[in-house]
Design a binder for this molecule. Structure first.
Ligand SMILES: N[C@@H](CCC(=O)N[C@@H](CS)C(=O)NCC(=O)O)C(=O)O
Length: 205
């Protein structure tokens, strides 16, 4: 086994990658990093400097969705790839594009304007909620985003909803999205999520 994963515990992209690697039972050496001090061995393999970075017998996969798809193409015991691929990739693109854009600006307005550090931005929250309304419709029809069963789409998206919910917990707890709240809670409480959130000592080259 000489697979390596460079990862950061709280990064939602790294979380989705760890979820897919776990379900597909692919073994790897976990290298926990911090973003402000990335190991040279990671940057040598992927100069763009984002996590996750996966190294599999010399090949580098440094986009989280590619890594999920690669892992599940090896082994997909829970049928995360069962729903229509184009539909799932469309829902995920809505998360990775517009939802993430608004999430960042809701959560860290001071990075994008002169808002005070402690503020959150309700305008961007409202824009993100338009996307959540779409999830809510799906999650009223069935337990997960694509159908009753969990899929790639759920696993790729719930780590970002976790960040959104935690930005203003009090607001989220009474927001008009009971289906999405229950879905998020269920995934956060799932055994696989608990396993992939275990703490690892910091890696150094
Ligand atoms: N498109 C990339 C995005 C990964 C990403 O942006 N990860 C963040 C952490 S959550 C990162 O590494 N940022 C670099 C930094 O903050 O220095 C993917 O899907 O893997």
């Amino acid at each position: 086994m000489n697979n390596i994963l460079y990862s950061f515990r709280r990064c939602p992209y790294a979380m989705r990658a760890r979820l897919a690697l776990r379900v597909s039972e692919i073994e790897y050496e976990h290298r926990e990093i911090i973003l402000r001090d990335k190991p040279a061995s990671m940057l040598d393999r992927s100069p763009k400097g984002t996590v996750p970075v996966f190294v599999a017998s010399g090949d580098v996969i440094d986009e989280s969705l590619d890594l999920m798809l690669w892992a599940l193409s090896q082994n997909d015991p829970d049928d995360w790839l069962a729903p229509d691929r184009t539909d799932m990739l469309n829902v995920i693109a809505g998360n990775d594009g517009p939802f993430k854009h608004h999430l960042d600006r809701y959560k860290y307005p001071s990075r994008y304007s002169d808002a005070p550090r402690s503020a959150t931005d309700p305008e961007h929250r409202n824009a993100a909620c338009e996307i959540i309304s779409g999830y809510e419709q799906r999650l009223t029809a069935h337990k997960n985003l694509m159908s009753e069963a969990a899929s790639l789409a759920d696993m790729a998206i719930f780590p970002f909803m976790r960040q959104f919910a935690n930005t203003d917990r009090e607001w989220w707890d009474s927001a008009p999205y009971p289906g999405t709240r229950a879905w998020l809670e269920r995934h956060l409480e799932s055994p696989i999520f608990k396993v992939v959130m275990k703490k690892h000592p910091l890696w150094s080259d």
